[in-house]
Structure formats: C-alpha cells, structure tokens
Design a protein around this ligand. Sequence first.
Ligand code: PEP
Length: 227
Amino acid sequence: MIFMANLKCNHTRKSFEEYAQILDESLKDENVFVFPPSSAFLEGSFKFKQAAQNFYPAKNGSFTGEIGQDMLDEFDIKTVLIGHSERRAIGESEEQLKAKFEYAKKEGFKIVYCIGENEEIFEKGKTKEFLKSQLENIDLDYENLIIAYEPIWAIGTGKTASSEIINDVLNYIRNFSKSSLLYGGSVNEKNIATISKIKNCSGVLVGTASWDAKAFLKLINSAKEMI
Ligand code: PEP
C-alpha cells in the first residue's frame, strides 16, 4: 500500500528534520512519500521518498517565486503532485496543469495527479462525468502516473467519502487507466482500515492526519494490520 503525506503549508525546515527523523526511525519497507513545503526540503537519504507539492514546468529561469527542476534535483526529488484542489482553487488552470504534466512526463517524474469534485457536483450526481473531464488533459497511459481521487468536500473536513463511493469512483477511473489509484480526503487512523480494503485502492494521500509524524506512523501501522 502507498502512503502519501501532504504537509501543505506546515513545517519549517527545523520541524521537518524532526519529522523525518521520527519516520526514519520507525519505517521499515513501507511505500511512503512525504511532500514537505519546498523551503523544508532536506538533503540525505531517508526511508521515505521526499516529493514536491508544487513546481514550475521549467529547469530554471526568470520565473519569480517559482521552483524549477534544478531546485528539485538538488534534493533528488523524483515525485511531483499536480492538480491538488487547493492549487486549482487559487487559480491553477487546466492549461497550466497540462503544461506541468507534459513537463514532468518528459523528465520522467512520478506524477501524482489529483482529481475530485466539489460538493455541488457530488450532490447533483455528476461526479463521474466531472472526473472524466479532469482526466482529459493528461496521458493516462504514462507509466509513472498515480491518480489520486480527492473529493473536495472531504478534504480537511473530517467528512470521508464512504467505501461505497470510493469503490464506485475508483472502479470507474480504472476503465480509463491502469495507474495506481489513491484515495484522499480526511483519511485517518480510524478509517484507514476500511479504506485499505477497497479493491482498486492502492493507497492514500493524507493531509491533516499526516502533519504529526507519530500520528502518521500510527495511521500506517493501522493499515498494515489489515493488509
Ligand atoms: C489533501 O489535502 O490532499 C488531503 C487529503 O487533506 P486531508 O487529509 O486533511 O483531508
């Protein structure tokens, strides 16, 4: 099972050093990815893979405030997140997402591509057609692609999607792609056991419940007991 921790805009370099040390002392061979803020990237090798929450689709250049590939390479980062709803919400367009995807694919990055509907679409029963449209811009046959289904109404709300919904949506996405499929949205130590049993679910993308290293380890251990 894949476990991904999206630390979002939390942790300084100092606190992330402590976080990394706690994880490193306890992890064995679990498949764990951690996305710290880019200002907290660490040098060195860890039992988890360090990954990027965001990047600009260029090696370097005159892109004020952005992080290019050179800056990811410095920390040996080979995995990037694209399409997170919190970035879409601040204006990242489908065009920009497509440019990021094309760049990351060309450079061979592992891409974690996030899709998910808002509450209104969910309530109208239009989730599947919406998700299909979100997948139109990307190469679903890219061998290094992971798709994360993250309903917006479940992110940071404590309102996890039910197993039936996750199962139904992941089965639907499976019609388009052979990639590993993740679920994200208020995953925690208590609901991970149920989520880990869903057929097409290869793992989870965790926000809030991953910000404390010990809590994230507990979540991983709860899932392992079920596998
Ligand atoms: C996320 O932001 O990707 C996420 C899943 O957050 P949370 O676990 O807090 O819902």
